[in-house]
Design a protein around this ligand. Sequence first.
Ligand SMILES: Cc1cc2nc3c(=O)[nH]c(=O)nc-3n(C[C@H](O)[C@H](O)[C@H](O)COP(=O)(O)O)c2cc1C
Length: 275
Amino acid sequence: MQFKLIYISPNGTTEKTTQVLKNIIEKDGHAVEHINLGRGEYRQDFGPILETINAADIVGFGAPAYHMDMLESMKMFLQALQSAGRAYQFRAFLYLNYGGITSGKAFSNTAQVLEALNIPVIGAMKVTAPHFHHPDPFPTKTTEALIGDFYEAIKTKDFAPIATDRQQELFAVQKKRVDLLYPLVHIIGKKRELPITIKADRCKSCGKCVKECPVGAIRLDDVATIEGAKCIHCYHCSVACKLGAVAVPVEKLDTMIQLNKRIIGMESPLNAIYY
Ligand SMILES: Cc1cc2nc3c(=O)[nH]c(=O)nc-3n(C[C@H](O)[C@H](O)[C@H](O)COP(=O)(O)O)c2cc1C
């Protein structure tokens, strides 16, 4: 069978999950193409991916949770799938890397889009992963085992769509109040996006941040300049720049996460597979 793993991963953990999955699937004798939506020409143009997506039997959509949802770029890709107005023949699964706080919203939003497109969902997996400025190892042995279990589970049922009752589980938002709070949380989240400052005296115009920004939101003038409207606030530019020219108050990010953990609460279980 032909698999495609289409993913976005500003800070690299979803990419690592993708790599583990790819190895497992290839070892099982299938062909796997992996496509990073945040690299190269794909950042601006999903056209070539949409042209060939139907060649796959199974497509895995991998994204991290950012701001209580699947990361913007994945949502944009799913919208492009919708706008292309084609009939899709492949089956899909989802995988989410996250900090443990979306209360199911990231899955339910994405699964709903796939359902609207009549794309059968065969499974889903959520994996906890560290924040970019926390140097915890990833993937852990537990994560690798979970990914292996996930593949075995969907393979054992011959990649059949999720049964209706299990689908309810996937679509469920764990805390009902999140559905009510969600629009508010989103507005507050937008307002609390952290400022990203380019320090002109440190920037050597090397272009690393331009190359690595997953949405192509940075251009090089005399120094790097961020286009506010395009920026998705993943803060990867601050990680990519080794000259310390991109400043983000990460301690505020930690405070915000702590607050979200208190308001929303952590998902339980943190790691899970659905099939
Ligand atoms: C700006 C930002 C916002 C985030 N928002 C959430 C969130 O709302 N819920 C959550 O569970 N994790 C959240 N996370 C944690 C990420 O989902 C987690 O670090 C993930 O591993 C990132 O994936 P990546 O390394 O592929 O970019 C956030 C991380 C960042 C940097």
